[in-house]
Design a protein around this ligand. Structure first.
Ligand code: PMP
Length: 363
């Protein structure tokens, strides 16, 4: 099969077609280099230029202020669940975690192994169908940091604006809404994201850290887990994930030049999500969104059908119709349509048509 389907996968996820086409062209030989990016030394001038441009383009895209370091690491966002507390949580202090889904639960579980942590808020009692209001949070003004998950990929709830944490550094797992909208990076101490949703393929993890936090890094951490050491090595303390970084670089260029930056990307994402949520809301209760309307994710649209049997049928028939990857995570059930930056509007329109037909036949 050479035709591409509409890929609603939560990650690894759809990449921009121009990026795939360029990667395909460059895979045999980078122009003027005579070797592919899979084959060149990470210490070569060619790769040094690739990683430098990737960082510069990301800085432009997210408008990252001076005073922040950018790292391209390995180990996924999951390794950051451990690295953040290892580096930023001193033994005599505690950190606050806001739990809005499975990924936040994963993050606090790892942090507990390494230091003292508090749950400053949680919406577990609603099966993570909403975000806690600011007044619900029990924040410790002396916390070493506050950790939150900007978009909970499984439940489909997303912060519109950051929780207010005063002077306490904000640490964000932004894996599933990274570069999907403009943010004010200066509000954050640390942002981390696995690349495999909006930024590129699996294999690279992006970390943005405010420089003054590096002073907290304790001595004696394993070199590969030490932000200070990794910053000193400019992401090349050891062999970095060269190919993944190269693709991320192409994605950043696409976002900047072909789409026109994060403002435009956000507009497109809002429009796509609205088409889908409007269809859910107009179905007379046949399709039911998991999240309360005000916290709905623009990235992962989660919804249920009247029965599990119908959900199975929906997923099967959708796949046959070229709408792939719609089955939801077992902790929510139902469907999940992941519509990241590179997901085309046309695919959302096709899904909505499919939903209407399915309801007519099975309602
Ligand atoms: N955090 C969030 C919000 C995620 O969506 C994911 C992956 N789906 C992770 C963390 C874990 O990422 P990784 O697989 O890169 O470790």
């Amino acid at each position: 099969m050479t035709e591409r389907v509409f890929n609603f996968s939560a990650g690894p996820a759809v990449l921009p077609e121009p990026v795939l086409k360029q990667a395909q062209r460059d895979l045999f030989a980078l122009p003027g280099v005579g070797m592919s990016v899979l084959e060149i030394s990470h210490r070569s001038a060619t790769f040094e230029q690739i990683i430098k441009e990737a960082e510069e383009d990301l800085r432009r895209l997210l408008d990252i202020p001076a005073g922040y370091k950018v790292l391209f690491l390995q180990g996924g966002a999951s390794l950051q669940f451990s690295m953040a507390p290892m580096n930023l949580l001193p033994k005599d202090r505690s950190a606050d975690y806001i739990i809005t889904g499975s990924w936040g639960q994963g993050a606090i579980k790892e942090a507990k192994k390494l230091g003292t942590v508090r749950e400053a808020g949680s919406t577990a009692d609603s099966n993570f169908s909403r975000l806690p209001a600011q007044e619900e949070l029990k924040l410790d003004p002396h916390a070493a940091y506050v950790h939150f998950t900007s978009n909970e990929t499984i439940f489909g709830v997303e912060y519109r604006t950051e929780p207010e944490v005063g002077d306490v550094p904000l640490v964000c797992d932004a894996s599933s809404d990274f570069i999907s909208r403009p943010i004010d990076v200066s509000k954050y101490g640390l942002i981390y994201a696995g690349a495999q949703k909006n930024a590129g393929p699996a294999g690279a993890t992006i970390v943005i850290i405010r420089e003054d936090l590096l002073d907290r890094v304790p001595d004696g951490l394993p070199a590969m887990l030490d932000y200070k050491n990794l910053v000193k090595g400019a992401s090349m303390y050891n062999t970095p994930p060269c190919f993944a970084i190269y693709i991320c670089g192409l994605v950043f260029k696409w976002a900047l030049s072909e789409v026109g930056g994060l403002g435009k990307i956000h507009e497109r994402n809002k429009e796509k999500a609205k088409i889908l949520y409007d269809a859910i809301d107009a179905s007379g209760g046949y399709y039911r969104g998991h999240s309360v309307p005000e916290d709905r994710s623009l990235m992962n649209v989660t919804f249920r059908l009247p029965s599990e049997e119908l959900e199975k049928k929906f997923a099967k028939e959708a796949t046959a119709a070229g709408l792939d990857g719609l089955k939801g995570h077992r902790s929510v059930g139902g469907m999940r349509a992941s519509i990241y930056n590179a997901f085309p509007r046309e695919g959302v329109v096709r899904l909505v048509e499919f939903m209407k037909e399915f309801q007519q036949k099975n309602g």
